[in-house]
Design a protein around this ligand. Structure first.
Ligand SMILES: [Zn+2]
Length: 206
């Protein structure tokens, strides 16, 4: 292959631009999963990494519709799922995007990542239509912990009963108010054990 063809057709790491693969291992190794602080409604919550650097940029690009990041973010979530250390069959429940966000972006960001995750693993189930946003919630940014709680109280509903162990999946977790609110709704619907996964955690999450 000519050098020109090689340059055109060989993928480059989206993060460091190194030639070879879409995402190189040295970039991925720099992202360190961590356990979030205890949340009242969740057994264990893990974040794939900190909300900073290329991980934050990748999440933003992905949510803005850049599909090149889908595989990377789904892989990071899958790797973090192993940290939960649960052996039973799991049902992934993505936090639903609001209808407004879905029409703006043209896709439901977390449901799309979870769909990619279950392709790789037979033991995973996916339920994208049970949990729903009962009402519009205002953007959480800038709210205090108490205001977040009030903003989200009763915000989620479920459409049918649910059994077994579920893992709620979200993009960014700060105080965990969204996770707790969704977990309450899922437990009310019958979930026995509720775990959580997030792509990113902020310093408040630790
Ligand atoms: Zn790289």
């Amino acid at each position: 292959m000519s050098i020109l063809k090689q340059l055109v057709f060989t993928p480059r790491c989206l993060i460091c631009t190194r030639l070879g693969v879409d995402f190189c291992t040295s970039c991925i190794e720099k992202i360190r999963p961590f356990r979030a602080r205890d949340l009242s409604e969740i057994e264990v919550c893990f974040c794939a990494g900190d909300y900073s650097g290329w991980l934050r940029d990748s999440v933003i690009c992905y949510k803005n519709g850049d599909a090149r990041y889908t595989k990377l973010l789904a892989q990071l979530l899958s790797r973090t799922l192993d940290k939960l250390d649960v052996t039973e069959n799991l049902t992934l429940i993505p936090i639903p995007s609001s209808q407004q966000k879905i029409s703006e972006r043209g896709f439901d960001s977390m449901a799309n990542l979870c769909t990619n995750m279950i392709r790789e693993r037979e033991s995973l189930n996916l339920d994208t239509s049970n949990l729903f946003l009962r009402r519009t919630v205002v953007d959480q940014v800038g709210l205090t912990a108490l205001q977040r709680q009030e903003n989200l109280d009763g915000a989620f509903g479920t459409r049918w009963i649910i059994n077994g162990t579920v893992v709620i999946v979200d993009d960014v977790i700060t105080t965990g108010a969204t996770m707790n609110s969704a977990a309450r709704a899922l437990k009310y619907a019958g979930a026995q054990r509720v775990f959580a996964l997030a792509l990113c955690g902020t310093p408040k999450t630790r």
